[in-house]
Structures are given as C-alpha cells and as structure tokens.
Design a protein around this ligand. Sequence first.
Ligand SMILES: [Zn+2]
Length: 316
Amino acid sequence: MSRVNTVLGPIPAEELGVVAIHEHIGYGMPGSELDTRWWKSPEERYEETVPKLRQFHEYGGGTFVDATGICNGRDVDYYKSLSAKTGVHIVACTGFVGGDTALPHFARASVDYLTRQFVHEITVGIGTTGARAGVIKVGVSRGGRMTDLDKRIYRAAARAALATGVPILTHLAIDAENAIAIFAEEGLALDRVLFGHADDGVNAEKTRDTWIAEQGGRVGFDTFGYETELEDPPFWARPRQERLDHFLRFIGKHLDKALASADANCSPLGWPGVKGHTVNYIFEDLIPDLRRAGVDEATITRLFVENPATFLSIQN
Ligand SMILES: [Zn+2]
C-alpha cells in the first residue's frame, strides 16, 4: 500500500484527501528568528494559525504540505500539535528553499553530507521530533540561474529521493534545463519532481512549463491568490484572470502533470506577510473560479486529490 510521511506518522495515500501541495505554517529568512522585533509568543502563533487550519478542514481540506525546509523557520513539534488539534494532516519537508537560504554550515557541505542529512530526516526523523519528512525541498537562488550550491542541493535531493522514494518539490521552475540535467544524471524519473512557482508574476514568462511537462516533470501553479488585485500586493503578484487563464491552458494539455496551491503563510516569520491571503484561497476563490470556467468535478478531484496522492506516495 502506498503511504506518505506526515508529522504524526505515515498514512495511506488514500487518506490525504484534498491536498494543499505547497504552503507554509510560517516562513522567514534565516536569521529572522534573532530579530526581537518579530518575536511572537506561542499564543500569537497559535492564534494566527489554528483558525486557518480549522477553516481548511471545514472546507474539506485534508492535507497541508509545509514547503518551508531547513533554515526558514521549520518547527516540527509545533506542526505536530497543530495537526493533532485541527485534524489536518501536515507533511513536513527536508531540504532548502534555495541555496541562498542555506546557512553556512550547509552551504559549505558536500553533496554526500547533504544527501545523508536528507535521508536521515526522511527515514529516521527531523531532530528529536520523531517526525519524518515527506518531501524534499530544493530551489533556485535569487538571480535567475542555479548557483553551484543550488546544484549540489539538487543532486543531493535526487540521491535522497532515489534512496527513500520521497518526491522533490522545487522553489521556482526557471533554469529547468540545468535541474533536469542533474535529475537525468542521477537517474531520477521526472514524475518524482514538482517544478513549483510556474505561475508567479515574476517568473511565469521565463518558465517553460509545457516543456517541463513534456520531459515528464510535474508543474506547480502554486502561488494562486498572490494577485495584483490585493490591497497591498507583493512583487510576485499577478492579475487573477491572467493566472487562471494560464492554468486553464496548461491543464487543457497536461492535466496529469498539474498541481495547484496558494503558497500562503499561516503565521509569517520576520516579515508581515501578505494581508488577505491564506491557504483557504483554494476553496474560497480558486475552485469556484475553476467551476465558473467550466472545469468539471472529476478534474478538480484529479488536481487536488489524485495527482497529489500519486506524487506524494513513497515509491519503494
Ligand atoms: Zn513557498
């Protein structure tokens, strides 16, 4: 039976339900935890987060994949309590958002060291939490091209994915030629990789989404809700209709490769976050928009239940 690592233990993939494939309980840049201006009490963090997860659960959400990774505020004991209290399955990741968010200890590490680190977090657990990572996060550093460190992380991730059967989720899908070359060299099938953020306002133009799908990769339209219509939109925002049209074009050709999410922060760390945007955009706006555009229920189930279950299932 196929299974998925959640922070409360492995579960059958059939129990994931509706999956938010790329989200954050709390995301901050490395070092923000040292800036007292941003410190939050446990009460504040729970107060900001629990109602969003409860709402997600009430809407029919089953699983929340936290794509935060090492060095950006991942806090697995906290995730465990959130999951136990709200009933939402939470999948934590090992890996890094990008080379530029890896602290020097990891930035200087060899591919072998990083591989062992990822494998340990997937098979033994993250720190002393006992929780095993269910996905590996990698990413492209700022600048638009993969750095040498990014490439080492991608290679280590590929080796850890092969050793454990856990999939890879990427921050950004630009410079995909370099990423795909590494995965090919390591012998990792591209359907084990979700190339994320194909839809954001900065990178959509530069992302070869259909080409990635043609190579066998999965493509994440996972910044839904960061739209220019927001009161104070972030720099990666995009007009709502433009993103939706882009997604509809993509699923028209490559439904089997498509995954969608909101990349929201329940309780941002070291920055104010983006007001008015939560994981529940999926239920409140995205799914209604898809229905209005004529997308049928079977396709919606495919996008939010079946495709994520196949992707997240441990392959071994
Ligand atoms: Zn993210």
